[in-house]
Design a protein around this ligand. Structure first.
Ligand code: SAH
Length: 218
């Protein structure tokens, strides 16, 4: 990743300016996104749009999330360098690469083997060594590694998944898109408390569906 003395890609600088003008306030998140080359996560066909504030196809009918949504979800997690984080839906690995420098350890699960293999190569080339990946169905969470301080789901669930709330530590935060129709999803923040959870609404989003089971062909 870029050190402070290295020139930033002007397209990335333009993109973060747009994020700052649209309600993203966490400087640490903005700094990471400014220095992360999003073009590495985008297929050849869409290189021209790599730094536009758009979700883009990554194959397997999946998408790399819109930068604004990546920034919003990341800042809503209120990460610290002590946070142990679970991500469901590795996809291209872009969201994971934004989380990685902002937390202690990131666990990420993907149900498409082909996407996971590519994402793992990107993590290695960017030297993101605090990421542990798993091929499988994230709807079960990651029992062996639970509890997590933070959980981020990057595919839309029908409802807040109780299995994942159970894997949050007390005081832990989860962000998850909820809704069964692509045009009617809300981003929800769940804070686990001693005797339940507190839920708040972060606005409209559009994600691919959260699907059960894994797919190994690629
Ligand atoms: N975070 C990704 C976004 C990818 S889109 C990025 O930054 O590129 C959502 C991803 O969630 C897809 O790759 C999809 O295959 C995955 N997914 C959907 N349901 C899943 C499940 N039950 N377990 C694991 N991954 C899942």
């Amino acid at each position: 990743m870029n050190g402070d003395d290295q020139p930033r890609d002007p397209r990335a600088m333009q993109l973060v300016l747009e994020l700052l003008q649209n309600g993203i306030t966490d400087e640490k998140v903005v700094k990471v996104m400014e220095s992360l080359p999003r073009d590495l996560f985008v297929p050849q066909t869409f290189q021209k749009s790599a730094y536009e504030n758009l979700a883009l196809p990554i194959g397997y009918h999946q998408t790399i999330s819109q930068p604004h949504v990546v920034a919003l979800m990341t800042q809503s997690l209120e990460l610290t360098d002590r946070s142990k984080v679970l991500e469901i839906g590795t996809g291209s690995g872009y969201q994971a690469a934004v989380l990685s420098p902002l937390c202690r350890r990131l666990y990420t699960i993907e149900r498409h083997k082909g996407l996971l293999v590519e994402a793992e190569k990107r993590f290695a080339s960017l030297r993101l060594h605090n990421i542990t990946t798993k091929f499988g169905d994230g709807s079960k969470g990651w029992v062996e590694q639970a509890p997590f301080d933070r959980i981020i789901v990057t595919a839309a669930a029908i409802d807040i998944p109780p299995v994942l709330v159970d894997q949050l530590s007390i005081g832990g935060i989860m962000v998850v898109p909820v809704g069964d129709d692509q045009h009617d999803q809300r981003l929800v923040k769940v804070v686990r408390t001693e005797n339940g959870s507190e839920i708040s609404d972060l606005g409209w989003v559009r994600f691919v569906p959260f699907v059960q089971g894994e797919v190994s062909d690629h």
